[in-house]
Design a protein around this ligand. Structure first.
Ligand SMILES: Nc1ncnc2c1ncn2[C@@H]1O[C@H](COP(=O)(O)OP(=O)(O)OP(=O)(O)O)[C@@H](O)[C@H]1O
Length: 249
């Protein structure tokens, strides 16, 4: 099974150090991990560092991967290429780093990704004509179609309506379990983190403020200290943890 361990990881933009000494236990395939922290805490930078796009000390160690390119990434800003249809753009994402010859299994993987995300009917649409939410789901499909063992998602629900936020996160959790894929998602909605993720790591000014099972990490104390809000956590009528925000402090 795939694992990802961060070991004294740091990252710099030029000479400016953004992340320092991030060390975590091994996260394993099958888990969904929330990457949390206020604006500018370093979440996107951590993804870029894991992807090897930035310099820095320490390492992001991947163990047990079987694919040549085990990691796929959905960036925060999902640009639109107006020339391609949705289907073509997802197929192009599939073919990145592979041979140019499109095989039946590549086409099947495109259809599976679009189907998994409930956007099969968008296949023939020009990507430039989509709504922001539709484009975000296509971007998720472009990452998923690579059949990754580790899937990194930078705020995957930020453009989605409430139904689609819940639905995308539950699909990702199901796929993580079924495919033994490790999913790490940067999230601003801590209620979603509580509901859909197994583990959470919280960044604060480029340092790891907390890491562990989400329910132990996302507490009123952490919300006050790191997010500067007064909040409590209570079970909803279905018994799931629910975040109730009182006020900014
Ligand atoms: N290309 C860049 N060059 C220099 N500094 C950068 C660059 N990108 C980000 N930064 C800085 O790095 C810090 C962390 O930014 P990052 O985008 O990782 O934060 P984040 O936690 O993802 O924030 P948000 O929740 O607002 O998306 C910020 O101070 C930001 O200004």
């Amino acid at each position: 099974m795939v694992t990802l361990t961060l070991d004294r990881l740091s990252a710099r933009y030029g000479r400016r150090r953004i992340l320092a000494e991030i060390t975590t236990p091994a996260f394993a395939g099958g888990q969904v991990v929330a990457l949390l922290g206020p604006n500018a805490a370093g979440k996107s930078t951590l993804f870029r560092r894991i992807l090897g796009l930035l310099d820095g000390e320490g390492e992001a160690r991947i163990g047990g991967a079987t694919a040549e390119r085990p990691v796929a990434y959905m960036p925060q800003d999902t640009g639109a290429n107006a020339v391609l249809t949705v289907y073509e753009s997802v197929l192009l994402a599939r073919m990145q780093g592979r041979s140019l010859k499109v095989r039946d299994e590549d086409l099947a993987e495109v259809e599976r990704a679009l189907g998994d995300l409930g956007i099969a009917e968008l296949g023939e649409r020009d990507i430039g004509d989509l709504s922001g939410g539709q484009r975000q789901l296509v971007s998720a499909a472009q990452a998923l179609v690579q059949a990754p063992e580790i899937l990194l998602l930078d705020e995957p629900t930020s453009a989605l309506d409430l139904y689609r936020q819940l639905s995308l996160l539950s699909i990702l959790r199901r796929l993580a379990r079924e495919r033994q894929m490790l999913v790490i998602a940067a999230l601003h909605d801590l209620g979603h983190a509580l509901r859909f993720t197994d583990q959470a790591m919280v960044l604060e000014s480029g340092r790891l403020a907390a890491c562990g099972p989400t329910e132990q990490v996302v507490t009123p104390e952490l919300l006050r200290r790191v997010y500067r809000v007064d909040a409590r956590i209570e079970p909803c009528s279905k018994g799931r943890p629910q975040l109730i925000v009182e006020e900014a402090v």
